[in-house]
Design a protein around this ligand. Structure first.
Ligand code: 1AE
Length: 426
């Protein structure tokens, strides 16, 4: 029995015959030509042929605002690709479904559904949400992450002091800045040792465990070795710039049995792929399905509210895919089973420009299965970095209790200072 992975595209064209276009994609990206083949060859090639599952044409709506989607002529096209055509890895799948096609006119990859045989090659996140919660000993509440800021050019004592201040604020996770690479002042192993020592000092005061996601950088051929060194030096999490290296590199790292810590995926460069309505790969695929498939335990992405924003609908779709969607659920075009493979959920980390005044809307939209993540919103606090962490914790506690932040701030000076500085979003 054949199995298929299914891609959905949005193709924009003022005049095209979209049925013909869909057939051209299904045939062109699989067997290459079809009608010209002799019957015997057609029978042989049948199992390699892509199938058009649906073509849904949208005609421009009268009176629609110029530049809006409603004013455009486009079609959503669903095509099934036989698994037999590609090896069970993300590069092979992406090159098949959106290799040359990504450069062929106005077309965006909207969705990907994976067959169960394809999915079976992916163990998914090693820890995921339940594993991260277990490591931290925090079964329910939203988690809080702090981001190192302005650490380029700083030495180990300065870095350790910044770490200590963040940890004192009571955060659950601290991540390196994604632009901190291997460097002589704060090399990876020394950085891990200095920061984990600061973590222990802070824990003695706060009683709180935390994960430090150290940035894994350098040439691809050395990443496994670097990651193992980091773990041996005491790192209890890694940060990884997935899109700069490729999903397959994340997949290889996450399934390495010697890398025994959660991996946080940073979205650097993602905007080049998902932001256009007409081109690229939709955010729920790029930052949702592919990240989870490749094994990201936590996934950072812009929120709908901060300094770098993603439209809310898209944002919540990313969250949905990371947390709840069974990636194999409705893969079938012609197959043998339905969605038995479950990957652990990845933790959503909506980020960029987050401050305590955004916590109520963030928790309203994301619920409790989320990491509240901030850099400037912690270090920029008027009373300092540790107070910045405390202000977030106070905002989270108040939001969970249904208490308005302005009311909660009356007897919590850290929260009050944060609100005075940045306000509260209704
Ligand atoms: C979407 C990624 C956010 C990130 O990595 C980062 O450093 C955010 O910093 P702040 O919170 O905007 O200062």
């Amino acid at each position: 029995m054949s199995s298929y992975c299914v891609a959905t595209y949005r193709s924009f064209d003022a005049k095209a015959d979209f049925d013909k276009k869909a057939l051209g994609i299904a045939v062109g990206l699989t067997v290459g030509s079809w009608t010209d083949l002799p019957a015997a060859r057609q029978a042989e090639m049948e199992k390699h042929l892509g199938r058009v599952l649906s073509v849904s044409v949208h005609e421009p709506e009268a009176g629609a605002a110029a530049g809006s989607l409603a004013a455009e002529r486009y079609a959503d096209i669903e095509i099934a690709y036989p698994d037999v055509n590609f090896s069970r890895d993300i590069p092979a799948l992406l090159v098949t479904v959106f290799g040359k096609l990504s450069m062929d006119g106005k077309i965006k990859l909207l969705d990907l559904k994976f067959s169960e045989p394809f999915l079976s090659a992916f163990p998914g996140p090693k820890f995921g949400l339940p594993g991260v919660r277990k490591l931290l000993g925090v079964p329910e509440r939203p988690l809080l992450m702090s981001i190192f800021k302005s650490v380029i050019g700083h030495d180990l004592p300065a870095l350790a002091e910044q770490f200590y201040q963040q940890a004192l604020g009571g955060v659950d996770l601290i991540k390196d800045d994604e632009i901190l690479f291997e460097n002589p002042l704060t090399p990876l192993e020394k950085r891990v040792e200095a920061c984990m020592a600061a973590a222990r000092r802070a824990e003695a005061e706060t009683g709180q465990k935390l994960l430090y996601a150290v940035n894994l950088t350098g040439p691809t051929s050395r990443l496994h070795e670097q990651a193992r060194k980091a773990v041996a030096a005491g790192a209890n999490a890694l940060l990884f710039n997935v899109l700069a290296y490729g999903f397959d590199v994340l997949h290889e790292l996450s399934k390495d049995p010697e890398i025994t810590v959660p991996i946080a995926a940073h979205p650097a460069m993602a905007g080049a792929y998902y932001q256009s309505a007409h081109y690229g790969i939709a955010a729920p695929v790029l930052l949702g399905k592919l990240m989870r498939l490749a094994g990201a335990d936590l996934v950072l992405f812009p929120s709908p509210y901060g300094s770098v924003v993603m439209p809310k609908e898209e944002n919540l779709a990313v969250k949905q895919v990371l947390l709840t969607e069974n990636l194999a659920a409705d893969y079938i075009y012609s197959g043998s089973g339905q969605g038995n493979i479950q990957l652990a959920p990845s933790v959503p980390v909506p980020s960029a420009g987050i401050h305590p005044g955004l916590v109520p809307v963030l928790l309203r939209d994301f619920g409790q299965e989320v990491v509240v993540n901030a850099g400037g919103g912690i270090h920029g606090h008027p009373m300092g970095t540790a107070a910045g962490g405390r202000a977030f914790k106070q905002a989270i506690a108040a939001s969970l209790a249904g208490v308005p932040l302005t009311e909660a701030a009356a007897n919590q000076p850290e929260l009050k200072a944060a609100i005075d500085a940045w306000g509260v979003k209704a």
